[in-house]
Design a protein around this ligand. Structure first.
Ligand SMILES: C[S@@+](CC[C@H](N)C(=O)[O-])C[C@H]1O[C@@H](n2cnc3c(N)ncnc32)[C@H](O)[C@@H]1O
Length: 260
């Protein structure tokens, strides 16, 4: 298995704690200020259609902390089974649920209790019977091999300390020819350990940004062919995050990858 030095060096238990603390706050207090933008204004700027957003629960949009729009890269059809890695408060799950309809199913995976509680309560209020929010890690997906039509994700994989494991799991659960469409943060230059070893900067979606060439190598190695890539109009807010973004060419990409 391919690994990178920086992925091995971060303390994954410490990272998980920081990520959970950060995204608990995002679920409970979307109105607070973070290193990153959030909410409806961000979603609309990234390209989420207003009329689609109007159909889903507003609190899920308030806590949206994704980094790009990728629904234009995947055709999600009635009856499909879809998995969202790191579903947060559920915005992308509810949007996908409209597409798969009553015969389909959308599974949101997350490890942060407050996010799961919020998405589950929104699901219950609006009777989204074709959605499920499951507590799990994206490195170990609770699905049988070759059963899923599409896997989606927004702003999450950069947070994982074992990205190869995530990609191999996605490849395992997808049906042959299935689509992995997602948005994530990458870097164009190698970052120093002062950033890649800093779990607070990881939790802010910067420290774990992998070098883009290596990222695509990982996807290929896991069994994907990358078919489309586009850059998103995404900016960080805090000065420390802006500095790292400028120095190391941090970018948000939307990626369509097909399972070979
Ligand atoms: C940046 S937020 C994005 C949430 C959602 N996709 C959105 O667009 O609003 C990252 C989410 O991924 C979850 N997460 C991060 N690492 C994870 C992991 N290894 N396993 C499961 N969930 C994870 C966090 O709990 C958080 O809810």
């Amino acid at each position: 298995m391919m690994t990178t030095v920086f992925e091995n060096k971060i303390n994954s238990a410490d990272l998980e704690k920081k990520v959970k603390t950060m995204y608990e706050k995002v679920a409970l207090h979307p109105e607070h200020e973070y290193h990153f933008e959030m909410g409806r204004a961000l979603a609309e700027r990234l390209g989420y259609p207003k009329q689609e957003l109007n159909k889903i629960p507003e609190p899920a949009i308030d806590s949206f902390a994704g980094v790009g729009f990728y629904f234009d890269l995947v055709s999600i059809n009635s009856g499909d089974a879809v998995v969202d890695l790191g579903s947060g408060s559920g915005m992308d799950v509810f949007l996908a649920a409209q597409k798969v309809g009553p015969k389909g199913e959308v599974f949101g995976i997350d490890m942060t209790n407050a996010q799961l509680e919020k998405s589950r309560s929104l699901r219950a209020k609006r009777d989204y019977e074709n959605t499920y929010f499951i507590e799990s890690h994206i490195e170990e997906l609770p699905f049988i091999s070759k059963t899923i039509d599409a896997v989606i994700s927004n702003g999450v994989i950069n947070l994982s300390s074992n990205k190869m494991k995530v990609f191999l799991e996605v490849a395992r659960i997808l049906k042959p020819g299935g689509t992995f469409a997602f948005a994530d943060i990458v870097s164009t230059r190698k970052m120093p350990e002062s950033i890649t070893m800093n779990s607070t900067l990881w939790a802010a979606c910067i420290g774990g940004a992998m070098q883009v060439n290596e990222y695509f190598n990982y996807l290929e190695h896991a069994g994907f062919s990358v078919e489309e890539v586009k850059e998103n109009p995404y900016d960080f807010i805090s000065n420390s995050a802006k500095g790292a973004t400028k120095n190391y060419g941090i970018r948000s990409l939307s990626i369509k990858a097909k399972k070979k």
